[in-house]
Ligand binder design. Structure first.
Ligand SMILES: [Zn+2]
Length: 393
């Protein structure tokens, strides 16, 4: 289901997303789940446990995609959750706790400048001011909700009470090359990396490319080039720190003009907040040194900051033991990408299971996970729920 012919684009609250939510809701009801759609568009299908009204284990992911997306990011986790519930029903196993299959709304945050909108609403950490954010056409988020039959006034009512949720398990494609590189089908996510994003403004002096001698120049791009290499260097020595300059804009941007200004971005991530903070401080002084030496102006503007989230040891342990029961190797890794589990961690323990994806490719039509790996993930999810149920009091 796509908003565009010929490629997969399913933006939250758009026609294709609404259709997908309807389809999955139908499948949930066929599986005997009681469904509801909350005010922001989170779809929840619930099956009561042996004890009615018991807290719920949430399992799921998201149904929205980026533009020109692959077919696995998000959807895989929702369908695996539904398949796990169906499998438990076939085996006539009813866990002690309730099970909820969740399809979060707007994980990707493509249309409006905010992400994890559904999961943050469920966690009660979403600032209602987001309702005023506008998309490229000037439509507000509140209007987009109304247009898809949802209720912006009900936003605060999406928040779940901490006691209602035992935990959240999210299966997701890895979106990176580590598992494939090591020849392992599944990985347990130990932590989701925290991130800092900055915009860097470098101010030099524009001039004629033919008339200004080299020694009299203050070339903003030559300075920025040195800074980009400093960003790369800052993460080279640390195993789990990654640093990226993803956008660079040169002004005025003419073939015969010395660049007078450069704007670029830095994205810094690590599962250890202390490591990220330290790297940022070192990087800042490196950039200042480069700017001083080249007589350039420098401004660093923070645009995003999110702390790392550790996955819950008890849930991770259950996932690990489920793998042992199934004869699968234990492999733990860090998620460099953000996920709904990050938001839900504010109100409940979370853990994630990564499925190997071909070439580590994601957010691209070439995204692919092998059916055998998906089957293994399903087996681990089912076994984990069984284990948690055996130990639930
Ligand atoms: Zn995703």
């Amino acid at each position: 289901m796509s908003d565009e012919p010929g490629r997969l684009t399913r933006l939250t609250w758009g026609p294709a997303w609404c259709e997908a939510v309807g389809l999955v809701r139908g499948w949930m009801e066929e599986a005997g789940l009681a469904t509801r759609l909350d005010a922001v568009g989170n779809l929840v299908g619930r099956r009561e446990g042996r004890r009615p009204g018991a807290p719920a284990l949430l399992v799921g992911s998201h149904l929205d995609t980026v533009i020109d997306a692959g077919r696995f990011d998000g959807v895989l986790g929702v369908l695996l959750a539904l398949a796990a519930v169906e499998e438990l029903a076939v085996r006539e196993k009813r866990p002690a706790f309730a099970l909820e299959v969740v399809a979060f709304a707007d994980e990707e945050g493509v249309r409006f400048p905010c992400a994890l909108t559904g999961s943050r609403a469920m966690a009660g950490t979403l600032d209602p001011a987001v309702l005023g954010l506008t998309d490229r056409d000037g439509t507000t988020l509140a209007e987009a909700l109304r247009a898809s039959g949802l209720d912006p006034d009900g936003l605060t009512g999406c928040a779940r009470k901490p006691g209602e949720i035992l935990g959240f398990l999210e299966a997701h494609i890895e979106q990176g090359p580590v598992l494939e590189h090591e020849g392992v089908a599944l990985g347990l996510v130990r932590a989701i990396a925290g991130a800092t994003r900055l915009e860097v403004l470098v101010e030099g002096r524009a001039g004629h490319a033919g008339t200004v001698p080299m020694r009299l120049r203050r070339d903003a791009l030559a300075g920025a080039a040195e800074m980009v290499l400093a960003v790369e260097r800052s993460a080279r020595g640390e195993a789990e720190l990654v640093a990226t300059v993803g956008r660079l804009e040169v002004l005025p941007g003419a073939v015969n003009t010395i660049p007078g200004r450069v704007r670029f971005t830095i994205d810094l991530r690590s599962p250890e907040d202390r490591e990220r903070t330290r790297a940022l401080a070192d990087l800042r002084s490196d950039l200042e040194e480069i700017a001083r030496r080249r007589r350039l102006g420098l401004r660093l503007v923070p645009i995003h900051e999110a702390p790392a989230v550790a996955c819950d040891p008890a849930l991770l342990d259950a996932l690990a033991r489920a793998r042992v029961r199934l004869g699968l190797p234990d492999r733990r890794l860090v998620s460099g990408a953000g996920h709904d589990a990050m938001a839900i961690a504010a109100i409940a323990p979370v853990a994630m299971l990564f499925v190997r994806c071909r070439g580590g490719i994601s957010h691209d039509p070439a995204e692919h996970a092998a059916p055998a790996d998906i089957e293994a993930a399903l087996a681990v999810l089912v076994e984990t729920i069984v284990l948690l149920s055996e130990e639930f009091r």
